[in-house]
Design a protein around this ligand. Structure first.
Ligand SMILES: [Zn+2]
Length: 505
């Protein structure tokens, strides 16, 4: 009965310009995937669906934010602006010390200060399916369905996993088997098998929700982020890389193909997507940053202690425990002069920081915030940011004070970390065939999707339409339309809330 009614409606629409002609976009986010390893597997025929969409679509490396960490990068991807405009620079907004314990203030959906693409297209009645995009917790009231992404918290203190997972709230009851990424579950090098199979289980359940929602819901945009790619590369790189400092021949026999298996799972997800997408759909595969092996860790607290005198150090907060971002908190009485002095000392120390074992510089470059960010939220972010050489990784305030600045890797810790260049592959409706892109920015993804939808592009976006990847005819017939604004400006209340959260009020 239902089917025949739908049939009649469809015939009506075919006669009157069929509804199925509306443009649709699917973004399959694969956190941290990189051509550095995928290229060879594609050549060897191990990833046939990646190969197909690269051959028949448009692809290239995608430049991430600095630091190249998921919260800043994914938020730039979904907003089309730099962190100075969306206000999410890293995992946390700061660390306060309560009873000697460092407490992280996490970045949540409520901290994002620029419109996400689902808000922009929601204003013109377009519906979205959003699954596991970082920094979308607590879930937002949207025109569509949202499964929020990490961190799964309602407030900015990490207090375990929030029950408040979906919008509308009842959706989660339709998918009782969905699992979020467990927070605080540490990898145990003595049990890599268990960890690996658990992460595959989570990814499979996520994929199931993805295809069921695409089938059951009305939608224009579907955007999912798979995190298995990131977490397994962090811990299993050492098993596949015989030059890695933690490589072990015996373990390699068992787990050397773990990362390949994850990429192959993603390849199958692409294959399934190709089967369900219609001729009006554009598919985008993307990662938020690349990946590569690390050889040593940088103990951030020990760096500050050894490289800077106490008179300078006491005004610096290494405010994120996993990325090289620093806040200078000089008292107002010291004025601009004292702030500049502290900031410049930190800048120089980061430039000089070397690994004594090989005399290699730990940071490829160091930036003052205004050199890489712009926008009304600049002062909410770090004051100094390092662009780290990717064989090093910063770790934070809980590190052992006796272990020096450059530390050996922990066998249970990460053995690979993020690199700057992610991946973008576009395929399907209005996409050029066989084209290679010249280093687009992660901020270009949202403007490109808005353009594919025929939406107005807000005037304050930083990203551009990826024109090199679009068919000439489509570009010619559809001049972009600009209008409106995306970014919110701070109010006095924001400034007060910020100071309060950092313990100043
Ligand atoms: Zn990431």
């Amino acid at each position: 009965m239902y089917k025949s009614i739908i049939g009649i409606i469809c015939i009506f629409f075919i006669l009157n310009g069929c509804s199925s002609k509306k443009p649709k976009v699917i973004v399959l986010g694969m956190d941290g995937i990189t051509f550095d390893i995928a290229e060879q597997w594609i050549e060897e025929g191990k990833l046939p669906n990646f190969k197909r969409i690269i051959d028949e679509g448009t692809s290239g490396r995608l430049i991430s934010t600095i630091p190249f960490v998921s919260p800043a990068a994914w938020t730039s991807a979904v907003t089309g602006v730099n962190p100075g405009k969306h206000s999410i620079f890293s995992f946390v907004r700061g660390v306060t010390f309560e009873k000697g314990e460092g407490i992280s203030h996490l970045n949540l959906s409520t901290d994002r200060k620029a419109k996400a693409i689902w808000q922009i297209i929601g204003e013109s009645e377009k519906r979205s399916i959003l699954i596991n995009i970082p920094q979308t917790s607590p879930p937002e009231e949207i025109n569509g369905v949202m499964f929020s992404g990490e961190p799964h918290a309602d407030s900015d203190h990490p207090q375990g996993i929030s029950e408040n997972l979906t919008y509308p709230p009842g959706v989660k009851n339709r998918f009782p088997n969905y699992r979020v990424d467990p927070s605080g579950v540490e990898y145990d090098a003595s049990e890599p098998k268990k960890f690996l199979s658990d992460r595959f289980d989570i990814a499979r359940r996520r994929e199931k929700v993805l295809f069921e929602l695409m089938q059951r819901e009305e939608w224009n945009l579907t955007w999912v982020v798979f995190t298995i790619t990131d977490i397994i590369q962090h811990y299993y790189w050492k098993y596949m890389d015989s030059t890695h400092v933690l490589f072990d021949k015996e373990e390699a026999k068992e787990y050397g193909d773990a990362i390949l298996r994850v990429y192959q799972m993603m390849d199958k997800t692409i294959g399934k997507t190709l089967k369900v997408m219609d001729e009006n759909t554009t598919l985008i595969i993307m990662s938020d940053h690349g990946f590569g092996p690390i050889i040593r860790a940088v103990n951030t607290e020990n760096f500050l202690r050894e490289y800077l005198p106490n008179s300078i150090r006491k005004w610096i907060i290494a405010y994120d425990y996993v990325s090289p971002v620093f806040k200078v908190n000089t008292p107002p009485s010291g004025g601009r002069k004292q702030y500049d002095k502290v900031r410049l000392s930190l800048y120089k120390a980061l430039k000089e920081l070397k690994d004594p074992e090989n005399n290699r510089k730990v940071n490829k470059d160091v930036f003052l915030s205004e050199e890489i960010y712009n926008g009304p939220w600049l002062s909410a972010g770090p004051d100094v940011v390092a662009y780290v050489d990717t064989v090093y990784r910063y770790i934070g305030y809980k590190a052992d004070p006796n272990k020096g600045v450059l530390m050996q890797l922990d066998v249970n810790g990460f053995n690979a970390y993020h690199e700057r260049d992610g991946v973008v592959i576009m395929f399907g409706k209005n996409i050029k065939k066989g084209a290679k892109l010249n280093l687009p920015s992660i901020m270009d993804v949202t403007p490109t999707i808005l353009y594919l939808f025929g939406e107005e592009l807000p005037l304050d976006l930083d990203g551009k339409i990826i024109k090199d990847g679009l068919e000439k005819e489509f570009l010619k017939n559809n001049p972009p339309v600009y209008g409106g604004y995306s970014v919110s400006y701070p109010t006095n209340r924001d400034a007060e809330g910020k100071l309060k959260s950092l313990g100043y009020l």
